[in-house]
Ligand binder design. Sequence first.
Ligand SMILES: [Ca+2]
Ligand SMILES: [Ca+2]
Length: 159
Amino acid sequence: MTVQQAYTLLIVDPLGIKTSELPSATELTLYSATLQASGGTPPYTWTAAGLPSGLLLGNDGLLSGTPDIGTAGLHTVFVTVTDAAEASVSVSLDLWVDPAPIPAGDVNGDRVVDTTDVVLILAARGQPAVGPEDPRDLDRDGKITALDARKCVLLFTPR
Ligand SMILES: [Ca+2]
Ligand SMILES: [Ca+2]
C-alpha cells in the first residue's frame, strides 16, 4: 500500500539585521535611530552593549536618548536581535559621537556656564586675553575685566 501525504514546508528567510550603519550623534543633543531586522519570525527583541552613556536601545529597536558629555568619539556598539523563535543574530555597528559645542561664557569647557566660570574670569582680572578666542574675554576687548564676569553671569546655563 502506498500512502501519499502532502506536507507544507514553510521556508522562512533567515533572521538578519538590515541596519549596517548608524547616523552620528552629538553630545547633549537628542538622538534617535531605528534598527531594522529582516526574516526570521517577528516580533523581534533588541539588546545592545557598548552604547555611549545617555543612549538606550529599546526592545523594539529604537535607539534613543541624549549622549552625555565625555562620550565624544567612536563607539563600537554590539547589537543583538532575537526573534519569536528564539533565533538571534548579532552585529557590531560603529556609532560616532561628536563633541557638544562649547557655549559662550564656558571657560572650563564643561558645557555649563555657571559660577565656576565667573570665578575663573575674576581670577584673571587685569590680564590680557590669550588670543582672539579667549573664552574669558567675553566682550572681545583684549582684556579680562569685571565686565567680562558680568557678561558671563548673563549667559548662565538655565537649570
Ligand atoms: Ca563651565
Ligand atoms: Ca574683556
